[in-house]
Design a protein around this ligand. Structure first.
Ligand SMILES: N[C@@H](CCC(=O)N[C@@H](CS)C(=O)NCC(=O)O)C(=O)O
Length: 207
């Protein structure tokens, strides 16, 4: 299987790259200069209709949506046990719940905070959105913190793709984790994983 990952550092592209590293799969990294406008080029729009990253080509067929990529990669390599199988009913339910919780509940307020404090040009920021988004974000942090006070991984005993999705998203706003000791310890443990460290290493510049 030939895998090519369209990738920009410090974006959601970390999720599938980290998953690929956890699985020890060979892949080609295609750096996209998102912040320099490459997402808007006709060539890249033919890969990803929104001009966003990540996009992943598998044997020449494109897949979009970072969380779906991670889940598909994990499920396609069952021996790595990154996705609990249907027979492990409770672990599977936890896995699905938290895997959907990340893009559905945790990520939206975190992204609004980032957009209106850092990403958008200052003239386009709406400061009143930030406290509103912060309130929702805090509820989500309290919710995952309560779970991670009980166990080391979000879906149960084992590290799964749900930890990649959750950990990568918590690390968007590391300062917000200070009041949640379980989340600080959790993200530090995740950052110590060799696969995470390889995934955050900048790709070599083209020769
Ligand atoms: N839901 C998509 C969101 C992709 C997304 O918005 N990526 C950001 C980078 S983290 C991006 O490319 N933004 C620029 C743009 O969409 O033009 C996913 O998870 O893959």
């Amino acid at each position: 299987m030939a895998i090519k990952l369209y990738y920009t550092p410090h974006t959601r592209s970390l999720r599938p790259r980290w998953t690929l590293e956890e699985l020890g799969l060979a892949y080609e990294l295609a750096p996209i200069d998102l912040f320099g406008g490459e997402g808007d080029t006709p060539a890249y729009r033919r890969i990803h209709p929104h001009g966003s990253v990540p996009a992943m080509e598998i044997d020449g067929r494109v897949m979009i949506e970072s969380c779906a990529m991670c889940h598909w990669l994990g499920e396609s390599h069952p021996t790595a046990q990154l996705v609990p199988p249907a027979q492990e009913a409770q672990a599977r339910r936890n896995y699905l719940q938290w895997s959907f919780y990340v893009p559905g509940t945790l990520e939206p307020p975190a992204f609004q905070i980032l957009l209106h404090t850092a990403i958008l040009p200052p003239a386009q920021r709406v400061p009143d959105i930030v406290p509103w988004a912060d309130e929702y974000h805090q509820v989500a942090l309290r919710t995952v913190d309560a779970c991670l006070r009980e166990r080391d991984h979000i879906a149960g005993e084992q590290f799964t793709v749900a930890d990649i999705l959750l950990g990568s998203t918590l690390l968007w706003l590391p300062d917000r984790l200070e009041d949640f000791p379980a989340l600080g310890a959790y993200t530090r443990r995740l950052q110590q994983r060799p696969a995470y460290q390889r995934a955050v290493t900048d790709p070599s510049p083209p020769a």
